[in-house]
Design a protein around this ligand. Structure first.
Ligand code: NAD
Length: 261
């Protein structure tokens, strides 16, 4: 599934699923622009590593997904320095776990900003270029939590349901522009995002780490196995390919059967 000659921008790709998708695109021959937070030296090592391993151009832009003007600047820089954004992946996301009555206002605002509003701003900035060049691929990382809820994740579940609605709406608007818009809805993928929510879940539910993994995280996942970042990357590469030209406006679950129940 070659993506040679294509340029991909992946938000939140300094870690976890985003990094695996960027590596997947690069392995398929696409140039990539990485984005995300983290230690500058570590990010530079990741960027240089992608370039060396896959023989493609790999750039990095540090846009904060809470800042629309920085998102616009990032899309602009990708278009200038890579030549286009053919594949836009809106992946950056954070989590916070708390009962709704204690949920900090600023965490609500941050999660809606990073997990939902940044998707809108990135799409809005990238679509004119895609239209001009006659096509494109937009892939949003939603979640099983775009289809079902879990307690103590009010902001995350609200944002992810929002991403599902945004995906459908934009897909309809762009249906005749050869731009597909889809969401990938993973169940629990073993990444730093999941690892970080274990202590708060232990507190909120009064459980040990093993109990959280078994009785909370994998309780919902019938396979009883975490999804891997490579599996998500494989689906993203497929959605970016020619073979997926007729798939648009949909949310594809990769959740070990979670939302079948
Ligand atoms: P992660 O924590 O490993 O990576 C998140 C990325 O987003 C990092 O690169 C981080 O730097 C970046 N980021 C966070 N805040 C940012 C900001 N303000 N500006 C720019 N970048 C920012 O998380 P992950 O598990 O790889 O999650 C990636 C996406 O997949 C998220 O949207 C998440 O909701 C979704 N998802 C994850 C899982 C899972 O189980 N891990 C399941 C379903 C959906």
């Amino acid at each position: 599934m070659s993506l040679k000659g294509k340029n991909a921008l992946v938000t939140g790709s300094t870690s976890g699923i985003g990094l695996a998708m960027a590596r997947g695109f690069a392995a398929a021959g696409a140039n990539v622009m990485l984005n995300g937070l983290g230690d500058a030296a570590e990010i530079e090592a990741i960027r240089a590593g992608v370039e060396k391993e896959f023989g493609v151009k790999a750039l990095y832009h540090g846009a904060n997904m809470l800042k629309p003007e920085e998102i616009r600047a990032m899309v602009g820089e990708a278009e200038t320095k890579l030549g286009s954004v053919d594949i836009l992946v809106c992946n950056a996301g954070i989590q916070f776990v708390s009962p709704v009555e204690d949920f900090p206002d600023e965490k609500w605002e941050q999660i809606i900003g990073i997990n939902l509003s940044s998707v809108f701003y990135a799409i809005k900035a990238a679509v004119p270029g895609m239209k001009k060049r006659g096509g494109g691929r937009i892939i949003n990382l939603s979640s099983a939590h775009s289809l079902v809820a879990s307690p103590f994740k009010s902001a995350y579940v609200a944002a992810k349901h929002g991403v599902a609605g945004l995906t459908k709406t934009v897909a309809l608007e762009l249906a005749q522009a050869k731009i597909t818009v889809n969401a990938i809805a993973p169940g629990y993928v073993w990444t730093p995002l999941v690892e970080r929510q274990i202590p708060d879940t232990m507190k909120a539910r009064n459980m040990t780490e093993e109990e959280v993994k078994k009785n909370v995280l994998l309780a919902a996942q019938p396979t009883k196995e975490f999804v891997t970042v490579e599996q998500v990357a494989g689906l993203a590469v497929y959605l970016a390919s020619e073979a997926a030209a007729s798939i648009t406006g949909t949310t594809i679950s990769m959740d070990g059967g979670w939302t079948a129940a």
